[in-house]
Design a protein around this ligand. Structure first.
Ligand code: ADP
Ligand code: MG
Length: 880
């Protein structure tokens, strides 16, 4: 039976009988040997092969996974984790609070679904988490005879292929989506890395499917850019005044020029018309003004290595590979006086929404999904199930404190930190921007407090997880932008895993120096004093490792690399792997005792104290911040410090709040007001709703493109996988002839010079009158078909001297290249269309409907163009 306080929870009831079954099976498995367990796993695979039914395997496979996890990691899935696993297998979102062990939950459905041999993808938000999870959870799968893959940034095509072939692959949303786009640009089957999609579990699903779904992922090429115009436009903004020359709509992130503004600019540029379509200035001016009035350094972007790098407003993370579109990025580059990069042309693009919908079976997990349930259901058809916690939550969420202005708010925060940290209770402070993090850091320094700062800046990103992991250590103060280091386990008293890596690194590098200087004995005694009570075997394993000749030639960096990569399977340092694994395990044991004490001390101090410095744009993000404390029934406290001039209140608070601002608070003391709390809640809901509408809009528009993309990618795949395309080529040629004759019949269509005719050297085809008088249409058709076959045949003969398969490859490439070319042009046209329909909205027409109509027609002509291009290229091709 479930031991949790929500025993009458309907979700629990729903799964109770399955849970009971799993528990019963588990008792039987306890008595089996490791190899017998593995045999069970193979039996399940066979059973799937025979019956093609996963449902009948659920109980047994879950029980197996649980037992394998206990034997490899020493972790036994709690019953609520089993429920989480069942929810995931039911293609839903499992909402499980931070620290409830979602990483382990995913192993249950992953193993089950991998039994089909069709592959399972587990998607995480960054490379660090993918690596961490693959390394730890991989032990379970390997124990059961399955293999795991890991995709990391910078991996080669071959490495990717191997890793995607694995039964279960850990990968980031980013790598996965780009691999998909690249696969669909491949000209050769050998370059394709992904298999057909089967089952996907998305970790931190709200972060990926909601926060990151605001902009599509794009692969692009450079195109000509009028750089001077951007520069001049940026200079002009110096001569423009807010409200006189332009107006700013902060809510909608838009600017408009006033009449006076237009005149002023035309005067400066000495041009007649800003809007002149032959020499348009207006888009450059508007972008320059936007860049000045709405986009700020260290808030919306940072400048790094002479580049503008976008900072995600929701998460505070940098997004190095994204660019703002439509010339805005260039305008900001001009404003910041850094090199202006070429405008780009999209060659492939997809939104996360449409990408993840490609999976026949999709699921996700997060600590904060419920408030976005509508969106998950409407767009992804995923419902959200709240899973009870294994232990009751003990977090204390204090009511918001509201200050009259920023100054008093930040001072109060610093004072609070001062007071709390004097007891040793650890504090984690969430900020919304890099700038604010740094401002607070300054303030804390004035109070002589030491802190760790963690923001979207690149120099910190790598260490994010390491820092966050220690946020629960006694006396530590950590300042972090939203969601920095998300997914990292904050253990009260500190996380020993990170500490151990450093400890071993220190031991190994110090040992090396002593041994090189032949002072082995001194090192030994040092070691034993410092690690009082460490096992004898630890010492001997360590000594045999560090006295190894090859080891002595390694640099410190090499050693660090070996430690970092120790758990990856495919690196050439295997020889040290066992020893290092052993040393790490011993150090874990050694440190654990100490850790337990520290953990208890911090618990007695009240656990982690979370400070929010501003309500975020969605309740979800606030909840994520709060959820970072109170892990697994730990104590913890959270409190938000707000100010009446916080953005959210200022922009969306409404007139009531404005009056309130003027009349109420007059000094530095805070206020706890129902009115403000309510307005904040509703403001937040409005912002959420608005953001949702924007994503929904993006989704609706992308829908039509998505259907077209599916068609093109499907066709492309068929071509890529086919051995010979001769049939298609024949069909193309014949269809061109048929169309040509059809045009000929219809006097009203003027006969344009036909590419095809030219290729066949049938110049006389260009004179339709004489053609029609000389030939009967049917005879003409037969004649042209023959001509085409003959020309094609002679081309084949001509080319086949270069070797077997040349023709097939050539035909395939020509088809693919032209498909891609047409698709690329189609994408640009669609972008223009999207802008154009915006204007048409005025005529009481529905822009989305108009867009769909036109998009449909634009797509329709594609086939015909393709046929012509392919035949044209093919008949003209030669090998150099
Ligand atoms: P989440 O992703 O839900 O925030 P994690 O997967 O990071 O949580 O796990 C948090 C911590 O809980 C980890 O230290 C993990 O080892 C531990 N944990 C997870 N499941 C169990 C379990 N069944 N028994 C004991 N510890 C567990
Ligand atoms: Mg997690």
């Amino acid at each position: 039976m479930l031991k949790n306080p929500f025993n009458n929870n309907s979700l629990v009831n729903k799964y109770q009988s399955l849970i009971n079954q799993i528990n019963i099976l588990e008792t039987n498995l306890k008595n089996l040997s490791d190899s017998e367990l593995r045999a069970k796993s193979f039996k399940l695979k066979q059973q799937y092969k025979d019956n093609q039914n996963l449902d009948e395997l659920i109980a047994e496979s879950f029980a197996l996974t649980r037992e394998a996890s206990l034997r490899t990691l020493g972790l036994r899935h709690f019953d609520v984790q089993l429920i989480g696993g069942l929810v995931l297998n039911n293609q839903k979102i499992a909402e499980m609070k931070t620290g409830e062990g979602k990483t382990l939950v995913a192993t249950l459905p992953a193993f089950l679904n991998a039994l089909s041999d069709k592959g399972v993808h587990i998607v995480t938000v960054n490379d660090y988490l993918a690596n961490r999870d693959q390394v730890s959870m991989g032990q379970i799968y390997r124990f059961l005879g399955l293999d795991t893959g890991l995709i990391q940034e910078g991996m080669s095509t071959t490495e990717r292929q191997i890793n995607y072939k694995a039964d279960i692959t850990y990968v980031t949303n980013y790598e996965l989506t780009f691999d998909f786009l690249r696969d669909n640009m491949a000209l050769n089957l050998n370059d394709v890395v992904l298999r057909s999609f089967n089952y996907c579990i998305i970790d931190e699903v709200d972060s990926i499917l909601i926060d990151e779904a605001q902009t599509p992922l794009i692969i692009s090429n450079n195109i000509q850019t009028p750089i001077e115009k951007y520069i001049v436009a940026a200079e002009i903004t110096d001569y423009l005044e807010l409200n006189t020359h332009y107006k700013v709509d902060e809510k909608n992130k838009n600017v408009v020029l006033t009449e006076e503004g237009s005149k002023q600019i035309e005067k400066i540029l000495s041009i007649q018309d800003l809007y002149d379509p032959r020499d348009p200035w207006i888009p450059y001016i508007i972008n320059a003004v936007k860049a000045n009035a709405l986009y700020f350094n260290n808030i919306h972007y940072i400048v790094q290595n002479n580049r503008i790098v976008i900072v995600d407003e929701f998460t505070g993370r940098i997004m190095p590979d994204r660019r703002w579109g439509d010339g805005l990025h260039q305008a900001i580059e001009a404003k910041e006086n850094i090199p202006i990069r070429q405008k780009t042309e999209t060659v492939a693009a997809i939104t996360y929404q449409n990408f993840f919908l490609l999976y026949p079976k999709l699921s996700g997990m997060t600590g904060t999904g419920k408030t976005a349930e509508v969106e998950f259901e409407k767009i992804y058809n995923l419902s959200v199930e709240e899973i009870p916690t294994a232990r009751p939550i003990q977090r204390n969420d204090l009511t918001d404190l509201i200050y009259k202005d920023q100054f008093s708010k930040w001072n109060a925060i610093a004072q609070t930190c001062y007071k709390i940290s004097s007891t040793g209770q650890p504090i984690l402070i969430g900020t919304t921007t890099v700038e604010k993090s740094e401002m607070l850091a300054q303030l804390l320094s004035e109070y002589n407090l030491s802190y760790q700062i963690l923001n979207a800046k690149p120099e910190n990103v790598r260490r994010e997880s390491e820092i966050v992991a220690q946020a629960g250590k006694k006396g530590s103060i950590t300042i972090a932008t939203n969601m920095a280091g998300r997914g990292t386990d904050i253990i009260l008293g500190g996380n020993i895993n990170f500490k151990i890596q450093k400890q071993l690194y220190d031991i190994l590098t110090i040992a090396k120096n002593y041994i090189i200087s032949k002072q082995l004995d001194i090192f030994k005694s040092l070691l034993i004093t410092q690690f009082n009570g460490i096992s004898q075997k630890f010492v001997s394993v360590l000594l045999s490792l560090v006295t190894d000749e090859k080891f002595l030639t390694l640099s410190d960096i090499d050693i660090l690399r070996i430690l970092r990569e120790n758990d990856r399977i495919s690196i050439p340092t295997i020889s040290y792997q066992c020893s290092i694994r052993y040393l790490i395990n011993e150090l874990i044991k050694y440190n654990k005792k100490h850790q337990e004490q520290e953990n208890q001390i911090v618990k007695n101090l009240g656990g982690l104290y979370i400070i929010g410095t501003e309500r975020n744009d969605s309740r979800r993000v606030d909840n994520q911040l709060r959820g970072r404390c109170g892990r697994q029934g730990d104590p913890g406290t959270s409190r938000f410090f707000l100010s009446l001039d916080d953005n959210l209140l200022r922009l969306f608070g409404g007139p009531k709040v404005q009056t309130f601002m003027q009349t109420q608070i007059s000094d530095d003391s805070p206020l706890e007001s129902d009115l403000i709390t309510k307005s904040l809640d509703s403001a937040q809901e409005r912002v959420e709703e608005r953001a949702y509408q924007q994503r929904k809009n993006l989704f609706d528009y992308d829908d039509v493109l998505n259907k077209q993309r599916n068609i093109v990618y499907y066709e492309r795949k068929r071509i890529l996988e086919s051995v010979s395309l001769q049939k298609s080529i024949f069909a193309y040629g014949e269809q061109i002839i048929t169309e040509f004759l059809f045009e000929l019949k219809d006097e009203t269509i003027p006969l344009v010079e036909n590419l095809f005719g030219k290729n066949l050297n049938l110049n006389y085809l260009s004179n339709s009158k004489s053609l029609k008088s000389e030939f009967d249409l049917y005879e003409l058709k037969i004649y042209l078909f023959n001509e085409f076959w003959l020309t094609y045949q002679s081309k084949i003969t001509e080319l086949s001297v270069y070797g077997d398969g040349i023709i097939e490859n050539l035909e395939r490439s020509i088809l693919l290249i032209n498909i891609d070319r047409i698709w690329r042009e189609h994408l640009q046209k669609m972008t223009l269309l999207r802008e154009a329909v915006g204007w048409r909205g005025y005529g009481q027409k529905n822009p989305l409907y108009e867009y769909k109509q036109d998009a449909f027609y634009m797509f329709e002509t594609r086939e015909e163009i393709l046929r012509h291009l392919v035949i044209y290229d093919l008949l003209r091709s030669s090998i150099l």
